[in-house]
Each structure stands twice: as C-alpha cells, then as structure tokens.
Design a protein around this ligand. Structure first.
Ligand code: YOG
Length: 135
C-alpha cells in the first residue's frame, strides 16, 4: 500500500516550469506571473475519489478523479484544453496520462523523504516540483 499523498503541501522547488509552460503554449505575460508565485497542493481522498487542488494567489486549479477510471479533464485557468485523462498507481507513484492535442502529456506524484514530488511533462519538457507538508 503506497504512502498517502493526502494533505496540504507547499512548494519548495520548481525546476523548468518555464519549459513546461512554453510546451503548453502559455503566453509570456502569464508565464512571468506563474514563475513568481508559490503553489500549494491540497490532496484529499474520499472513498476511491481523489480531489487535487493547486492553489495560488494568481489562479486555482481543482479536479477530481477515480483511480483507473478515464475521465474528461478541462484544464481551466491553465492552458484550457480538453484531455482524456487516466490516473493509476505505478508502484509508489500516482501517474496520470493526459491524452489530447499535446503529445506525451501527463504527471506523476509520489512521496520521497517526507516530501511530495511532482513531475509534469509535455512534449519534450519536464518540470519537477517538490512540496513540503504544511504544519
Ligand atoms: O498539477 O497540473 O497535481 O493537475 C502548473 C502548470 C499558473 C497558471 C500548475 C497557476 C501551469 C498559468 C498545474 C498555477 C502551466 C500557467 C496554479 C500543475 C499552465 C498555466 C494553478 C498540475 C497536477 C498534479 C494536477
């Protein structure tokens, strides 16, 4: 049984968000703001339903899903695209594949050294974020 990802997490590092945003076609203006802000990740689980919230002073993005069940995702407030998304456990990693206009798009969450790790990828770009638990 993998370690629970649930809780509130504050960003402590963010590598190559710029490359990831360029791959998604985010405007220069929005990228400048997005690079300046700290994100908080709030992950909740009720039964087999997960809710993942990415919160910031600029924009919020919330979505929910069931593991192993494909769903329609609309990345509202981000790049505003529709994806067919599927989240599944791969070992200790919660892995999402986001099928849509953008190739090789998805993310993975896992816990390592009491930190929440997130790898976001799109096309040939990988963004790596680390979060510490909010106490
Ligand atoms: O996480 O998708 O937890 O979907 C980073 C990508 C910036 C908005 C945030 C506001 C941002 C403008 C999404 C950030 C690139 C830039 C707070 C991370 C797009 C637009 C919302 C993410 C997954 C896994 C959940």
């Amino acid at each position: 049984m993998p370690v629970s990802l649930c809780g509130s997490w504050d960003m402590v590092s963010n590598v190559n968000l710029e490359g990831y945003m360029i791959a998604l076609g985010i405007s220069l203006y929005t990228r400048k703001i997005a690079l300046k802000i700290k994100h908080r990740k709030v992950i909740e689980q009720v039964g087999d339903q997960y809710v993942v919230k990415t919160l910031s002073t600029f924009r919020n993005y919330t979505f929910s899903f069931r593991v192993n069940e494909e769903f329609q995702e609309f990345t509202k407030g981000l790049d505003e695209r529709h994806c067919k998304s599927l989240v599944a456990w791969e070992g200790n990693k919660l892995v999402c594949v986001q099928k849509g206009e953008k190739k090789n798009r998805g993310w993975a969450h896992w816990i390592e050294d009491d930190k929440l790790h997130l790898e976001l990828h799109c096309e040939d770009q990988v963004c790596k974020q680390v979060f510490k638990r909010v106490v």
